[in-house]
Write a protein that binds this ligand. Structure first.
Ligand code: HEC
Ligand code: HEC
Length: 229
């Protein structure tokens, strides 16, 4: 077994859904005019309410931290995350596509509207304080993040994630600011080892971006993003 543990693998099999997982918001019919199979990642909701999201986020706080600022190095923070990303991941847990016993269980109780409201709530929360970081690793990670390394075909992470790491909702680019260090490194390793996701879907652009990175590079950029303010 490789280290690649399939947190991402389901993304590589959109054919199972009969449609691209990123066409999720286009309810459709087949060319013949018959109803298309329901895409489990296509959510239907009214204008999301962050206030209602706050009211139902209590059950999440024990693991993800109060206001979504995780204090556990292996549990992702949700504060400041772009709503498209949080929605998509919760829908994927609920559809039992993305693995995680605990999150599949949690998400099974959420309606489409709950998912939209929770995502709006967490998007509006301030990111947490910087995690402790070893200065040399952080400095090296910062250089890779902001400038890349053209000689080795490493694109600057900032080109997509922004120099502040806050991502871009419209393009499904996740926020990475203050992601806990262990979680960040694990996710980066998985993207690094992942097979192709096909097409130019968001995880494919990320996979290609981290391909040229060494283990040390991955560790250093993980250190940097966890300690970004
Ligand atoms: C018992 C602990 C626990 C509870 C309660 C919990 N989570 Fe999670 N959550 C996790 C863990 C652990 C992961 C990481 C799963 C993995 O990838 O292995 C996770 C992952 C996530 C992710 C994916 C984040 C990313 O960066 O990819 C989202 C979104 C999320 N949880 C939202 C929620 C919401 C919303 C609630 C409340 C309705 C909630 N969680 C309740 C433990 C929990
Ligand atoms: C070409 C654009 C692009 C570049 C360059 C890029 N990323 Fe990403 N990244 C993305 C997209 C898009 C996603 C969301 C993937 C998804 O939806 O599964 C992402 C996701 C991530 C995540 C997962 C976030 C989470 O909450 O689990 C991390 C961590 C990350 N990127 C870090 C980096 C680092 C570090 C670099 C530089 C070495 C980098 N990215 C370069 C586009 C990019």
């Amino acid at each position: 077994m490789s280290r690649f543990s399939s947190r991402l693998l389901w993304l590589a099999v959109p054919a199972l859904l009969g449609t691209s997982v990123f066409a999720a918001t286009t309810p459709g019919t087949t060319p013949q005019g018959t109803a298309a199979p329901k895409n489990p990642l296509a959510l239907q909701f009214k204008t999301p309410s962050a206030a209602r999201g706050a009211a139902i986020a209590g059950t999440c706080a024990g693991c993800h931290g109060k206001t979504g600022v995780s204090v556990q190095a292996d549990i992702p923070s949700l504060a400041g995350q772009i709503p498209n990303y949080t929605q998509f991941q919760l829908a994927a847990f609920r559809a039992k596509l993305r693995p995680s016993n605990v999150m599949q269980q949690v998400a099974s109780k959420l309606s489409d509207q709950d998912i939209a409201d929770l995502s709006a709530y967490y998007a509006a929360q301030a990111v947490g304080p910087a995690w402790k970081a070893e200065p040399a690793a952080r400095a090296r990670g910062q250089k890779l993040f902001t400038a890349g390394d053209p000689a080795r075909n490493v694109i600057a992470c900032a080109v997509c994630h922004g120099s502040n790491g806050r991502g871009l909702n419209a393009n499904h680019i996740a926020s990475v600011t203050n992601l806990p260090p262990e979680y960040a490194l694990e996710v980066l390793k998985e993207f690094h080892e992942a097979p192709t996701f096909g097409g130019l879907v968001p995880p494919e652009t990320m996979r290609i971006a981290v391909k040229p990175l060494t283990d040390k590079d991955l560790k250093d950029v993980a250190t940097y993003i966890s300690s970004m303010k």
